[in-house]
Design a protein around this ligand. Structure first.
Ligand code: 6PG
Length: 469
């Protein structure tokens, strides 16, 4: 009996996807470069399941039903090319390779072309949801050859998270469309995480709140939002260190790491000229946090006073909530704006409503804000900036006043709040009929005769700024 699909890579994601597929009635062959991983998996979690362990690539390929479908769940980068190179000679025309890792979309573009030139089909498939999602239903973002989706779409839809509107999986578009959408998903993830971290900071440093109180505050806020990232924040703040009994959050070193998808989002946004300041602040925030020694050395050079508390009579937690809302919505809307531009630039022809739908469950950025995003996309499909479309518009307008207030007080208290600040600036800049860019144009014309346009007359002008006499 041949199996329906093969998975290469028995890391946490690969194993859990195999278990998920088997639980949905699919036969799965599995292979891992290091044998002992496969053996351990076969003897424990995969025992008595329709999961066939294999120990060399030829045996693995032979065990698959035709056309063969192979999902790579390996580290992004050169390992993907290495496995494809070994796999390709063993495959036949019409076989399908799916890359389920966080591959860079440019690599996926190249790999689709290479696979197609050898008669193979290719799907760059973003998969979100971590270990739990992989086992119980992730959000799946496939892009590439549509014929490949015809062959494997049913399986992907069966193992994805399910919501009333259908499975959280849909064919998104040609070439790297799937991995591009996953990259932006992660960019939004970075922006939301940094925004939550700043809200935590305001409560912790500004209001002297204990982890337990902050946990209940986030829990209350999440009643409306139903955000996964907020939900895990509630649990994080409740967790106690086993050894010391202290809140674990207070013992975790303040240096954030990253694997690259957030940075790629910002890099590509720069390339396309789309501002994503909230996401960018989150990426920079991680970089600065990782330079701990430098920060420590500088810590008494400029600001000699310790951060002060937020004082005075005011409902600060409510204001922090508003700022967090504004910053979170900014991260989502900036990501969607980027998708909008990339969709036409790269001819992905993305259905953004469908992207928002498949993010509603299974993935890391799932939250009720995606319902709102869908409403916004339907209310004004021509407007790329959902901050200025209902239902976000009224909420953001309402919350912008308290965000200004908490920001100025937070700064006075000596706290750095890069994501919330960037979000507010973005909102202010995009709502300003006038910006100081007239000065930039004047300077450009001054030193480089780059010309400028005028408010009072049509055309391009150059001024003789220097009096040569
Ligand atoms: C997901 C996540 C996942 C990502 C981690 C870590 O959607 O399941 O985005 O793909 O790898 O969140 O990312 P960083 O190491 O860059 O923080």
């Amino acid at each position: 009996m041949k199996t329906d699909i093969g998975i290469i890579g028995m890391g946490v994601m690969g194993q859990n996807l195999a278990l998920n597929m088997a639980s949905k009635g699919y036969g799965v062959s599995v292979y891992n470069r290091r044998e002992n991983r496969t053996r351990e998996f076969a003897e424990n979690k995969a025992k008595k399941k329709d999961i066939i362990p294999t120990y060399d690539l030829a045996e693995f390929v032979k065990s698959l039903d035709k056309p063969k479908k192979i999902l790579l769940m390996i580290k992004a980068g050169s390992p993907v090319d290495e496995v494809i190179a070994k796999l390709t000679p063993l495959l036949d025309e019409g076989d399908v390779i799916l890359d389920g890792g966080n591959s860079n979309f440019r690599d996926t573009d190249r790999r689709v072309e290479e696979a197609n030139s050898r008669g193979l089909l290719y799907l760059g498939t973003g998969i979100s949801g971590g270990e739990y999602g992989a086992r119980h239903g992730p959000s799946i973002m496939p892009g590439g050859n549509e014929e490949a989706y015809d062959l494997v779409g049913n399986l992907l839809e069966d193992i994805a998270a399910q919501i009333p509107e259908g499975p959280c999986c849909a064919y998104l578009g040609p070439r790297s469309a799937g991995h591009y959408v996953k990259m932006v998903h992660n960019g939004i993830e970075y922006g939301v995480m940094e925004s939550i971290a700043e809200a935590y900071w305001l409560m912790n440093k500004g209001l002297n709140m204990e982890p337990e109180d902050m946990s209940s505050t986030f829990e209350k806020w999440n009643e409306d939002l139903d955000s996964y990232l907020m939900e895990i924040t509630v649990s994080v703040l409740k967790e106690e260190d086993e050894k010391t009994g202290k809140p674990l959050i207070n013992l975790i070193l303040d240096t954030a790491e990253q694997k690259g998808t957030g940075k790629w989002t910002v890099q590509n946004a720069l390339e396309l000229g789309v501002p994503v300041p909230t996401i960018s602040a989150a990426v920079d925030g991680r970089f600065i946090s990782s330079r701990k020694r430098e920060r420590k050395n500088n810590s008494d050079k400029i600001f000699l006073e310790k951060p002060a508390r937020l004082t005075g009579k005011s409902n600060w937690t409510e204001k922090i909530h508003d700022a967090l809302y504004l910053s979170t919505v900014s991260a989502y809307t900036q990501g969607i704006y980027l998708l909008n531009v990339a969709s036409s630039e790269y001819e992905y022809d993305l259905n953004l409503d469908e992207v928002a739908r498949i993010w509603k469950d299974g993935c890391i950025i799932r939250s009720n804000l995606l319902d709102e995003a869908q409403k916004g996309l339907r209310n004004d499909p021509e407007n790329p900036n959902l901050l200025f479309v209902e239902p976000f518009l009224s909420n953001v307008k309402d919350k912008s006043v308290s965000t200004r207030e908490i920001l100025s007080r937070g700064r006075k208290a000596g706290l750095a709040l890069p994501a919330i600040s960037s979000s507010l600036d973005y909102l202010v800049e995009f709502s300003s009929a006038y910006l100081p860019a007239n000065m930039i144009q004047a300077q450009r014309d001054f030193f480089g005769a780059h010309t400028y346009q005028r408010r009072d007359r049509e055309g391009y002008f150059h001024n003789e700024w220097l009096d040569d006499n």
